[in-house]
Design a protein around this ligand. Structure first.
Ligand code: CP
Length: 334
């Protein structure tokens, strides 16, 4: 039996919303401890003889390498498997059998599975992630599915804390940007949930038609109430960026048109060159604001070079912190 989701050790990590805030704070604290360790060798054997199986059905630059490096630095071992390497998904083996067998070899299973948005299967991948968790006898880490990217979102809170100190009532805008393809909503969902959970004043900014799922919005409102922050939605960049201390840019697809790329494209196309983060719009933000993006990013489409390479940008620290947060997660969960 795995422990309840309120406890980190031995639990699954599918969405931060299902963990107690104290546990999330503990992970961030641990991540800082690991990042700032004067003597990293102190931690070099804490996962000795432990194995992480990483199952990737989609590409990754940061998530794969940071998890693998994290295991190496903590004295454990990571096994990379692509979706092509296993029988699951080819009408040959069930989730149950895959999860049960991996449980006999390893200590943690981490999975990345995006949706094929053109097929309109929003929400179905998270169900598979949860099916893994149901059958697995060891913890499951969600490395991004169609609903959540918890490792990214918790790292982002760590980065905001690192750059701005206290989180309480810090103003963040989570701004949609034009991208030629409809991208998953896992990152905006997770950032909205997590930033309201940590008491920030959160503005979700997107053109009409790009609303997130009602469940996410309702939960964000409740999070804000419970944690002394605020949550609002605006439909112009001018309003969204005004005086904000954190600019978080991300593109996502219109949920109403999942499975209908032609209609979705008609909705997004007019925003090309308009919903882009550039120096002009950054002037609306606080003069000491930070610019964040989870990466990968389409430069000069989503954000101009002048911003991502400019003085406000913290994107490489943000990417680096994935390593520290995941080391904390692996060491607590494993
Ligand atoms: N941000 C993020 O998850 O990056 P990768 O897709 O490269 O892993």
């Amino acid at each position: 039996m795995k422990p309840s989701k309120q406890v980190i050790s031995g639990s699954d990590f599918i969405t931060t919303q299902e963990l107690e805030k104290e546990n999330l704070e503990l992970l961030i604290e641990k991540a800082f401890e690991l990042k700032n360790a004067k003597d990293p060798s102190k931690y070099s054997e804490i996962l000795k003889n432990k194995t992480l199986i990483m199952l990737f059905f989609n590409p990754s630059t940061r998530t794969r390498t940071s998890f693998e490096v994290a295991m190496t630095q903590l004295g454990g071992h990571a096994i990379f498997m692509s979706g092509n390497d296993i029988w699951l998904g080819k009408n040959s083996e069930s989730v149950k059998d895959t999860a049960k067998v991996f449980s006999r070899y390893a200590n943690i299973i981490a999975i990345r599975m995006f949706p094929d948005i053109s097929k309109g299967n929003y929400g179905t991948i998270n169900k598979i992630m949860r099916e893994f968790a149901e059958w697995s006898e060891i913890p499951i880490i969600n490395m991004e599915d169609d609903l959540f990217h918890p490792c990214q979102a918790l790292t982002d809170i760590m980065t905001i804390k690192e750059k701005l100190g206290s989180l309480k009532n810090k103003k963040i805008v989570i701004s949609w940007a034009y991208h030629p393809k409809p991208l998953p909503v896992s990152v905006p969902n997770s950032i909205v949930l997590n930033s309201t959970r940590f008491g920030l004043d959160v503005t979700l900014c997107h053109p009409k038609g790009f609303e997130l799922q009602p469940y996410i919005l309702k939960t964000a409102e409740q999070n804000a109430k419970d944690n002394g922050g605020s949550f609002r939605i605006v439909n112009t960049m001018e309003e969204g960026y005004k005086d904000t201390e954190i600019v978080y840019v991300k593109s996502w697809g219109a949920l109403q048109y999942y499975g209908n790329n032609k209609e979705e494209k008609k909705l997004r196309q007019p925003y090309r060159g308009k919903w882009i983060c550039n120096e002009e719009i950054m002037k609306r933000a606080d003069k000491n604001s930070i610019f964040m993006h989870c990466l990968p990013v389409l430069r000069n489409v989503v954000v101009e070079d002048a911003v991502i390479d400019g003085p406000h940008s913290v994107v490489y620290d943000q990417a680096e912190n994935r390593l520290h947060l995941q080391k904390a997660l692996l060491s607590e969960i494993g």
